[in-house]
Design a protein around this ligand. Structure first.
Ligand code: ZN
Length: 397
């Protein structure tokens, strides 16, 4: 293997699969709580505060004991005691299995906030993490949603129901989907079918409009003892925000700074962009990567999955994959292929080019890695094809 820059850098993953016995059956976690109409809403299980159970549920502290270092990132206004109490937790949502989708819990010992909530199925895990920190649902003052793709915000309604004092913070374009998720639900059901949809996402509950607050680009909102700066970052989704914790120097990137599954990090950092439908825009995606990297964060907290510290190296990898994606988009849009053949056109071409680029970064996937990559390769090809059709007919929705 050549000595490429990617080989020396490595994500630091707190979640060690070998230390976990795996998730328990969901039927035991949900406790089958129902709302007034008898619909399942999901609540925290009785033994959620048991530390061993929290570990099994995939809840891990990102930091909490060495906050003096985090507080030095920028001279924040918080007191030493506030900094000492500040904690960020990674919650493995067990979406498609362990190590695929994370949400984050932050608190200062009294007030808490979540970043993303995965799906309704993950809500018991999020509440278990909260209870494990000795906090009640009333302590949650915000649920910050990076974007409304259902593996990030599918649980917002259920979590808001369980945390009655929480305000939902999101991009202005995300508001209507959180208040009325019926359109999101209909399109997801059309793609997945009812059974698969319910298996993946459970119920999509609306959030009362009075509890949803749109955040402006570069707006700073004090939440859970920190200053959170919201950045509008397009490219993956037009309703996407990345969130900088100005006091800890951490960016919660959603899907705007790529995907880096722990199972694919065995030989060094390997991160690639999500170009999934329907908003992929390579120029905007590149601008978003650069904007996040330019913040010089101590770490980036990926939704898929966990903590990434080699930020500049990750940005280089992401830009190289975006170059490949943009070239394929140009080629597809200019080709003589009919619109309905573009998905197959892109799928055929993306995989070899993706693997060639991965090789540049020292990543040689075996069969199990390819199995992990398959879903994203298919989604990424579909997103490039969709962008090509949009370019051909710009008025298409
Ligand atoms: Zn997404």
């Amino acid at each position: 293997m050549r000595d490429l820059p990617g080989n020396g850098a490595r994500c630091k993953w707190r979640a060690r699969d070998s230390d976990r016995s795996g998730p328990e059956p969901r039927s035991r976690e949900r406790q089958d709580a129902k709302d007034a109409k008898g619909r399942w809403i999901g609540v925290v299980p009785d033994d959620s505060a048991n530390p061993r159970r929290l570990w099994r549920l995939g809840v891990h502290p990102v930091h909490g004991t060495n906050l003096s270092a985090a507080a030095d990132w920028r001279a924040g206004p918080g007191t030493a005691m506030q900094r000492l109490m500040t904690r960020t937790m990674t919650v493995d949502c067990d979406y498609l299995g362990p190590g695929f989708a994370a949400a984050y819990l932050m608190h200062d010992g009294a007030r808490a906030a979540f970043v993303d909530d995965n799906t309704a199925h993950a809500v018991p895990r999020l509440l278990a993490a909260l209870e494990g920190e000795g906090l009640a649902p009333h302590a949650v003052e915000a649920i910050a949603v990076t974007h409304v793709h259902l593996d990030h915000a599918g649980g917002t309604g259920a979590l808001a129901l369980a945390c009655p004092d929480a305000v939902v913070l999101c991009h202005p374009r995300a508001v209507r989907h959180l208040v009325d998720p019926s359109r999101l639900e209909a399109s997801a059901r059309a793609v997945y079918g009812d059974e698969r949809f319910e298996h993946l996402y459970g119920r999509l509950l609306p959030v009362d409009a009075s509890r949803v607050r749109a955040v402006g680009d570069d707006e700073v909102v004090p939440v859970a003892g920190r200053r959170l700066r919201f950045l509008h970052v397009r490219g993956h989704a037009n309703h996407h925000v990345a969130i900088l914790d100005e006091d800890a120097g951490e960016v919660f990137s959603g899907d705007s700074f790529g995907l880096a599954y722990p199972a694919l990090q065995k030989r060094g950092l390997f991160v690639f962009p999500s170009t999934s439908p329907t908003d992929f825009d390579p120029a905007e995606a590149r601008a978003s990567v650069r904007r996040v990297a330019a913040l010089r964060p101590r770490r980036v907290m990926l939704a898929h999955f966990g903590e990434l510290t080699a930020v500049d190296e990750a940005a280089r990898q992401l830009e190289s994959f975006l170059d490949v994606s943009e070239a394929l988009l140009d080629e597809a849009a200019a080709s003589a292929e009919p619109d309905d053949a573009l998905d197959a056109f892109c799928a055929r071409r993306l995989e070899p080019r993706f693997l060639k680029t991965a090789h540049r970064w020292g990543f040689e996937p075996d069969d199990s890695a390819m199995a992990i990559l398959r879903l994203d390769l298919d989604l990424n090809a579909a997103g490039i094809a969709h962008a090509a059709r949009r370019r051909r007919a710009p008025t298409r929705p």
